[in-house]
Ligand binder design. Structure first.
Ligand code: RTP
Ligand code: MG
Length: 142
């Protein structure tokens, strides 16, 4: 695989990890043809999450989001493949798991639990700049 092939940062969020869906997410990533090149189970610190979600600071869902994301382990995965940033976002589906289309990770496996924040199983980087920044947060030695 060429060195220049795109990379993206995927997180199986605490809801997905708790429900034992890390394998299912990885299965879909590999079935699509993307390659996991780094993988770790980590309990996020507040510092990591403040960096990761800096763009959302001040929004109404920010505090509940940090609380939710620090509630347990996540599976962090660096994936690689042509256009995998856009491709994984398509696999994940819409942010709101109720509205996410069936066939997507969030559409097939997620739902609204009536909580303060959308628990939607996965995160995926949204641009090459975000991917580089986020990979640095979760895999500082990569
Ligand atoms: P992500 O960053 O996790 O891949 O998700 P996304 O791009 O689809 O959504 P984004 O707008 O970046 O929001 C980040 C995460 O914050 C939670 N959220 N809750 N109104 C709400 O309750 C709300 N809005 C956003 C979700 O967990 C979302 O994935
Ligand atoms: Mg986002």
């Amino acid at each position: 695989m060429s060195e220049s092939t795109e990379k993206s940062l995927v997180l199986v969020k605490p809801d997905g990890y708790r429900r034992g869906l890390s394998g299912e997410v990885l299965r879909r990533i590999e079935a699509k043809g993307y390659v996991p090149v780094a993988l770790a189970v980590v309990t996020p610190t507040h510092e990591q999450l403040a960096e990761h979600y800096a763009e959302h600071e001040g929004k109404p869902f920010y505090e509940p989001l940090i609380e939710f994301m620090s509630s347990g382990p996540v599976t962090a995965i660096v994936i690689q493949g042509e256009r995998c940033i856009e491709g994984f976002r398509a696999l994940a589906g819409a942010t709101d798991p109720t509205a996410a289309l069936p066939g997507t990770i969030r559409g097939d496996l997620g739902r609204d639990w009536g909580l303060k924040v959308q628990q939607n199983i996965v995160h995926g980087s949204d641009s090459p700049e975000s991917a580089a920044r986020e990979i640095g947060i979760w895999f500082p030695n990569l």
